[in-house]
Write a protein that binds this ligand. Sequence first.
Ligand code: IMP
Length: 425
Amino acid sequence: MQSVAIIGAQWGDEGKGKITDYFAQKSDYVVRFQGGNNAGHTIIIGDKKSVLHVIPSGILNEKCVSVIGHGVVLDPTVLKTEIENLEKTGLSITSKNLKISENTSIITAYGRILDGARESKGKTKIGTTGKGIGPTYEDKIARRGIKAFHLLDKALLRERLEENLAEKASLFERLYEVEYPALESEVERLYELGTYIKPFICDTFSLLDKAFEQGKNVLYEGAQGLLLDIDYGTYPFVTSSNTSFGGIYTGAGVPGRNVDAVIGIVKAYTTRVGEGPFPTELFDETGVQIQTIGGEFGATTGRTRRCGWLDLPMLKYSAKAAKLTSIALTKIDVLAKMDKEDKIKVCYAYEYEGEEINCAYPGLDMSKVKPLYKSMERFEENLKEGKIGKNLQDYIDLIEKTVGVPISLLAYGPERSELMEVKKL
Ligand code: IMP
């Protein structure tokens, strides 16, 4: 299989890092195509835990080339820290195994400050990660963005930043009343970082074009989840990029290329960070139990994740909107560890304006749907022996039947080895 895509099928935090790491071991290239350091991909190998925010998870595999595509928004300070931390673990990060598109958009101090000011002083709270993601994408679309190649020429960088700051200065001073760094100090800071990242910057379009011509294997690593997609998600409570399949074509720079498998990563239950509707959210002890057993605290911000039951109408929509060819079901061990007397519930449909609806099409008002649940028996805990018990099989069957997509992989723990291939991709 020459190309595989990993796409979060819920609201992010589905366990994509672990599945990406699994496929990265068989890939020549791993490409991030959207998002920035709002993502946090956790990978556990033996007693080593790595949390990656901007560098593709392929970096943990010596033979892989990790590519940051032009659809990503990159905070060079975070990148530098991440490289230094990885090097402390013995990994070598060089211009051979890390490539950054010259057209990647750069997150500046101004973007971060604007994100924070809007969240703390603005009217509508999205509950962003505060990393400057939204403002950086806004600047890109408004053609006043800073691209990676701008960091390499001080005069050009100053010119671009000056234009970038022009409108923001009045927002900072008059609307939000926040402090911001002077133009010259931001020019110096970014130019210095530019010198640091210069060896990694290249034309990733031609890099990938040639890789395909040579028959190399390419893995696309999505961040966040389908329901956070700027176009397909629960707007306005979304991130500012295309987290869906379409994001690969625009953000990795591989227009129209065949993608052999699109694997939707689905957590066995649902979580959400930040604001926005969440039909199957649990507000009781069961929700707290899932949160505790599942360690549902953000890898990026440390925020507590809201927890709820698996939502199949939502997954059915995700499968259509992200063109999923199979599902990797993760964190099933969490439901297996719940109190014995508890039943597991799955939302199989919604009741909406007196009708039963089985697909969360975007026309639905998600804050008004009533989830309809099916009760299931708690799973047996024999996954380490590679056995799927009856209760888990019933759960798998219900998902496959309702969503219409096969489950190819089961993840039952944070370790690299706690993964089972149950069907061909
Ligand atoms: P932003 O991406 O920081 O602009 O945040 C927009 C929304 O996306 C907020 O609700 C965040 O909590 C959510 N979000 C962004 N990145 C992630 C992620 O990696 N996992 C889960 N939620 C995320």
